[in-house]
Design a protein around this ligand. Sequence first.
Ligand code: URA
Length: 241
Amino acid sequence: MERLQKVIANSGYTSRRKAEELIQAGKVKVNGQVVREMGVRVTSRDTIAVEGYILKNEEKEYYLLNKPRGIITSTNDELGRKTVTDFIATTKRIYPVGRLDYDTTGVLLLTNDGELTNLLIHPRNSIDKIYIAKVKGLVGKKQVSLLQNGVMLDGVKTAKAKVRVKKYDKKTDTSLVELCIHEGKNHQVKKMFEAIGYTVLKLRRDQFCFLRVDDLKAGSYRKLSPKEVKKLYFEATKNDK
Ligand code: URA
């Protein structure tokens, strides 16, 4: 027995908050009956329809894609452009876990497991993400320390980060900087550099939680092993324990 709003969120249809709004708006039916009150408990034998769409108890799939540059992180695009889900050969309704910018490359998880998605993107669960940013100019100790201690983005200070300069190329006057952050604000890495007066020229996500791109070529993907899925659940819930 689970709460209706949780079951809707876990199906990947929408977030728990949106599910509550849909319930209150009378857009959810359990076994053909509209349910408006919060906290109703359902089982896997109940038929749940949200805005007319019947939630299925689908088998879960998990993929790690090395996202190429120039692709949008979305399930569909109104202009008909290729999206990250077009790379994966599946009949399931999978979607990306979080977002990478159009021009960002690297590790992107895709799944139809709404429960895991919600856990992984919830700020409380502090999932580490490692980015490699190529930025214009020389990034020195002072800048590293600013990024590490947090910079102001839209009036809010970013959380502590791990930052190290991997390389400085004198010829092109560019630095290669590795950042480990656990927040996932929109364009966070680019904005963090912007806040200290630098421009990101290229951005790659090397690691999401413990998952790395390794030798996957851009545009290639692989399925996660059951062991990796179990470990993701463990990492995404360890703050609750
Ligand atoms: N930070 C960004 O600026 N862009 C991304 O795609 C990911 C993190």
